[in-house]
Design a protein around this ligand. Structure first.
Ligand code: HEM
Length: 137
């Protein structure tokens, strides 16, 4: 099962790349859009990054569930972890909605909102790591 865990950690690292980068990238995407008035390379990169990490997120969650079932028999801490990861997934889906609107040239969220929105994902991730490293239950 070590290889499943290695793939799990690799894929969640890849997911975190976009969790932490995409909300910030949207800030610079809007600046680019204001300057050139159309969809440009920053937007293109942001969408590709979001989609690639979404794929890694699916593999990360599936390998995590496999480990939780086969190694830990879904011990209580795995339920808590799944609950916190669900909050992170909702945050990521919300990010996806902002990305899809931006693709249509619609930038509703302010820079301050996006920066705070970005920091929220950091605290959720710290909570996930605390549960899996400390296994408090
Ligand atoms: C539904 C989603 C997930 C489930 C069910 C899950 C479950 C697990 C399980 C059972 C392990 C093995 C723990 C061990 O053997 O010590 C593990 C390891 C790990 N998971 Fe997840 N995980 C999920 C999502 C995530 C996410 C989103 C992250 C990162 C933010 C993450 C980070 C880690 C890390 C860093 C380890 C290695 C911990 C260690 O070796 O001490 N996992 N996960």
């Amino acid at each position: 099962m070590d290889w499943v865990k290695i793939i799990h950690i690799l894929c969640v690292m890849g997911w975190m790349t976009s969790v932490f980068a995409v909300p910030r990238a949207i800030i610079y995407w809007k600046k680019e859009y204001d300057r050139i008035g159309e969809f440009g390379p920053t937007g293109d990169l942001t969408i590709r990054l979001y989609r690639f990490s979404a794929m890694l997120a699916v593999i990360g969650v599936l390998t995590g569930l496999w480990l939780a079932w086969s190694v830990w028999g879904f011990a209580t801490w795995t339920h808590v972890k799944i609950a916190v990861v669900t909050v992170l997934a909702i945050h990521y889906i919300w990010t996806g909605k902002i990305v899809m609107r931006a693709k249509r040239g619609e930038f509703r969220e302010s820079e301050v909102f996006l920066r705070i929105f970005n920091e929220v994902s950091v605290f959720i991730t710290i909570a996930i790591l605390w549960v899996v490293v400390v296994k408090p239950f």
